[in-house]
Structures are given as C-alpha cells and as structure tokens.
Write a protein that binds this ligand. Structure first.
Ligand SMILES: *[C@@H]1O[C@H](CO)[C@@H](O)[C@H](O)[C@H]1NC(C)=O
Length: 472
C-alpha cells in the first residue's frame, strides 16, 4: 500500500550511550590477583565533588582473535573499575580502555595484557589534561556554566546564536535556551515538546520540525559521555531550520518529511558529565541495595532485553541493563513516543560517539539482519558523508560490525515499533580523541553527518515512491 510520504517522520535522537554488550561465551578464569588489584582501583568519589582524572590513561588494545576477545571480555565483566570507551571487536582498533592512576592499576593491566601477549598503545596519556586542553570550558564544579554572564552571551540581543553556538559544547541549561530560541525564531517550522521526565525530574525536550503543508513525516537520536552526539544533532536541526526556503536540497527533505529531533535523551547523565564526572555514562537512577548509581539507557529497551550478548547485570557496571525492560524512564519515554506514532516513523537514527560506524539491525542476532534496502541506504549515507571531509564510516549490522547486543534502541525501533530504516550511528572519531573530541570538530562533524542524513532521507523518499520495490 502506498503511504503518503508527508505523513512520515524521521526521528533523530541522541540516547545516552550506544552500549553494546559483550558475549557471554568464551569466558575463562583469569588470575585472581590481577583482578583484585584492578578492582580495588579508582571507584570515583560519590560526594558530589567533581571527579578528576589526573594520570588516568586510555589504552588501545589490539584484538587479533576470538581468544583475545574472550580475554578482553573477561576483563570487562570482572573489573568494573576499568572504563571501556569502545565495544571490543576484532581488528586493529580492538578496544579503548581507560585505566585509573590508582597505585598498581596500570601495572596490573599491563601485566594481564602481556601475560596473554595482547599488544596496546597509550593513546591518551593523561585524561584530565585532555579534558582541560581539548574541551573548553573544562569540567569543573562550574556554577559559572549557568551564570547570568553565560546566559547573556548565548542569547544576547542582536547576535544570531546559530553563528556561534557550535564553537563549544553546552550544558543542558544552554541547550534548552537554544531550543527555545529556535522555536521562537521559527515558529512556522519548529515546535518544542517534552518526551517526558527523567529520573531526576528534568524534561526530555525534543523539537518537531514540520514545513507548512497539508501532510505531516521524522529522525531520532541519543547518548552520554560523548558530547559530540548532541552537538551534531543540534547542528542538523539548525541547518534544517535556517536553510528552509534557501537551500533547495534541505528544503526539499523538510517539505517531504517531518523530523523529530531529541538532542539529549539522558538529560540527567549529560548534566552530570558537565557538573561532576566527565566520564559518566548511565542515567542517575539509584539501584536498590547498591551504592552504585545508574542504568545504561541503551541496554534497557524491551527488545530481547537481557538476551544474548548482555553482559551486565551488575549495577556498578557502565552497561548495567536495569531491573526490567524500561525500568529506566528515559528510554521508556522515547519508546512510548515512537510506538504512539503507530508506524508513522519511517526512520530512527540513534547517534553516538565514537568509532565512525553506520549500523543497522540486529544487535541481538548475528544470523539475521535488516533487508538489503536498509543496508543500501546506509551505504549511500556513508558515502555521502565521506564526500564532505573524507571520513570513512564502516557500514554493517550491529552484531556483525561490533558485537552481539541485546536490549538496544535500534532493535526496538526496527522490530517493535516497525521503523523500517533504523540505524545506530557512531560519530567521529576513530580514537585519537575518543570521547574528548575537540569543539572545533563540531562543525565538520555536523556538516558530514548532515550530508549523510540528507542522502538517507532522499533514498527513503525514492524507496517509498516506488512502493518499496525500488532496487537501491
Ligand atoms: C508493528 O507491526 C505489528 C505487525 O503488523 C503490529 O501488530 C504492531 O501493532 C505494530 N506496532 C506499531 C507500534 O505500529
């Protein structure tokens, strides 16, 4: 049946993190003493003071075989004090791990790796230094982030904030102000709405974009300690709004589809990265009977929740799946929004950092993938993206490209909410800066990602016009 394209929505969200679980297979027991040393290391203080990362390092460990992978998985499962910045996968990029400066921790990790002949490079020699050097303003307790001075500089009387907004990363208060500004300036195109409340009671704001026309259409997105995801989604939002009536290609996609853009899904976690712990990933929901806070918002979806590929039922893990599907309000609110559209969402894109990947379903299954048109559209998007600044994004199913992952947003959108073109996109970079991507890369990253989205939407439009019969 032919559907009116104009009634479809492209949903762009930034969940918190794109958490991909590791497999339960291939476990082996490792020397207890090494683990004991590593486990004792670096539980960050939880007294609300900003967490500092002096002497913490990020190591990139090469993974050559399934055996290597199993050894890394064991570390991830058994040593929650190690912070896995990427999901382990076989290949040169292997995995990036932050190891604290607590006495003996780096030595213990080095001993473990060398015992199994796993090679590594130190790619960030001092995480605190990288935070302060690459990300301005640095994360300090920072009442000034919300100060009147900053408020005025963001939205001062005659300046156009869209011209300066993308030179830095912003805390939630500024993001909300910016969204208010866009809605006020472009009331004929943009409407602000709340998906619902976070655990701590903050609104999860989104923007619905709809060009003046009779028929309505959408893109979505989410993430955590990486700040580039929200920035890029806002860049796309800004470009769509400000170019309407000026740039024919952008105006065309806005004429053809509605867009729903949710810059930050894990609002509490994002705020916490600005105020207290730059490396925080989860939401801020307490766990009964445990001092560790938070659920990973991208392992808590009601799609094969807790299935194969799930690692962490440990509330202290960064990839803790929660007590039940949608036990975390943040993903639940987004799921309700998507399902309430009753199949009117044609595309769902969950943006994260980092690794440069454009992925499609499934995460939960390795022997099943989305059909060829979903893959082809991703390939087209990745090549359009590359044509802008030369960045290569690998394309594949989540399970095949990274690892088996159950309970993720992309599987839910595809399988449960019937969103045909569902993607998880991991933005820049490939690990030079990792989560600490310098602000001067916001605009280039936004430009290339926008090109990918425009291409994707064009492909979807053609596919719909051909009633899905088109050979992409
Ligand atoms: C998805 O499709 C199935 C099967 O057609 C249907 O039962 C279900 O209601 C649909 N879900 C949504 C959210 O549209």
């Amino acid at each position: 049946m032919h559907r009116l394209i104009g009634s479809l929505t492209v949903l762009a969200i930034v969940l918190v993190t794109f958490g991909i679980q590791t497999s339960n297979q291939g476990r082996f027991r490792a020397p207890e003493t090494l683990f004991a040393t590593l486990k004792a290391a670096s539980l960050p203080p939880s007294d609300g003071q900003p967490v500092r990362f002096e002497g913490h390092q990020v190591w990139r460990v090469a993974i050559a075989s399934l055996t290597d992978l199993a050894r890394i998985n064991t570390l991830q499962d058994q040593v929650p004090t190690l912070d896995f910045w990427t999901d382990p996968r076989i290949g040169r990029h292997g995995v990036d791990i932050r190891v604290s400066s607590t006495k003996g921790a780096q030595e213990a990790l080095a001993a473990y790796l060398s015992k199994f002949s796993l090679s590594y490079d130190v790619f960030i020699p001092d995480v605190q230094h990288a935070i302060e050097k690459q990300l301005l303003p640095p994360v300090v307790a920072a009442p000034h982030l919300n100060s009147l001075g900053d408020h005025q500089s963001l939205l001062s009387a005659d300046a156009d904030p869209t011209k300066t907004y993308f030179t830095k990363y912003h805390p939630i208060s500024e993001i909300n102000e910016y969204l208010d500004y866009l809605v006020k300036e472009y009331p004929h195109l943009a409407e602000k709405f709340s998906l619902g409340k976070t655990y701590e009671g903050r609104d999860q704001w989104g923007i619905k974009l709809r060009a003046p026309r009779n028929e309505p259409s959408s893109i979505a997105k989410e993430k955590k300690e990486e700040w580039i995801g929200p920035a890029v989604v806002q860049y796309i939002l800004t470009s769509l709004i400000t170019s309407y009536g000026k740039d024919p290609a952008l105006a065309h996609i806005l004429d053809s589809f509605d867009f729903t853009i949710i810059p930050v899904l894990n609002v509490d976690g994002y705020e916490y990265t600005h105020t207290t712990n730059r490396m925080w990933r989860k939401n801020r929901q307490p766990n009964a009977g445990n001092l560790c806070v938070g659920t990973d918002p991208n392992r808590n979806w009601a799609s094969n929740w807790g299935g194969d590929g799930t690692t962490s039922k440990n509330p202290c893990s960064d990839s803790y799946i929660g007590t039940s599907p949608f036990s975390a309000p943040e993903p639940k609110n987004l799921a309700n929004y998507v399902t309430s559209r009753n199949g009117a969402v044609i595309s769902f894109i969950d943006f994260h950092a980092y690794s440069q990947l454009w992925m499609y379903p499934y995460g939960a299954f390795c022997d099943r993938t989305a059909p060829i048109h979903v893959e082809s559209a991703a390939q087209r998007a990745a090549s359009a993206l590359k044509s802008v600044h030369g960045k290569t994004f690998a394309v594949g199913s989540i399970c095949n490209i990274i690892y088996q992952a159950s309970g993720s947003s992309v599987d839910f959108a595809y399988d449960t909410a019937n969103v045909t073109f569902s993607y998880g996109v991991e933005l820049r970079d490939q690990g030079l800066y990792g989560f600490l991507l310098p602000p001067k890369q916001i605009v280039p990253s936004g430009e290339e990602t926008l090109a990918g989205v425009v291409e994707l939407v064009g492909v979807i439009e053609k596919w719909l016009k051909e009633d899905g019969a088109m050979d992409l």
